[in-house]
Write a protein of this length. Structure first.
Length: 119
C-alpha cells in the first residue's frame, strides 16, 4: 500500500503559477507510475500528467507547455508545476499512484487539493 498526501492548492489569478506536491509513504522507486488528475464541478476526473518509474512523462493536451511533472526521489515526492494558469484549470487536483504486485495493478489516491484560478 501507499499513502499519498497532496499540498499546494490555492486561489490564484489567471496567468499565475502554483506548485503542487504529493508526498508518498514509500519509495517512489517502488511505484510503477505516479500522476496528477483533476476533477472540476460537474465533470469527470481527468488525467493531467503522469510519470513512470523510469521517468517517462505524459501530459493532457490542455496543459502541455504550461505544466511540468517532476519528482524528488530522496523526498519520495512528486510535483506538478503549473504556469500560465487559466480559469479552466480550476479543479480539485488528486495525486495518483499505481503499484504492481505481479500481474496485479492497484491504484491509490490522495485526498485532493483545491486549485482555483480567478479571471
Amino acid at each position: 500500500q501507499v499513502q499519498l498526501v497532496e499540498s499546494g492548492g490555492d486561489l490564484v489569478q489567471a496567468g499565475g503559477s502554483l506548485r503542487l506536491s504529493c508526498a508518498a509513504s514509500r519509495s517512489i522507486f517502488t511505484i510503477y507510475a505516479m500522476g496528477w488528475y483533476r476533477q472540476a464541478p460537474g465533470k469527470q476526473r481527468e488525467l493531467v500528467a503522469s510519470m513512470s518509474s523510469g521517468g517517462r512523462t505524459n501530459y493532457a493536451d490542455s496543459v502541455k507547455g504550461r505544466f511540468t511533472i517532476s519528482r524528488d526521489n530522496a523526498k519520495n515526492t512528486v510535483y506538478l508545476q503549473m504556469n500560465s494558469l487559466k480559469p479552466d484549470d480550476t479543479a480539485v487536483y488528486y495525486c495518483n499512484a499505481v503499484v504492481t504486485t505481479g500481474p496485479r495493478e492497484s491504484a491509490y489516491w490522495g485526498q485532493g487539493t483545491q486549485v482555483t484560478v480567478s479571471s
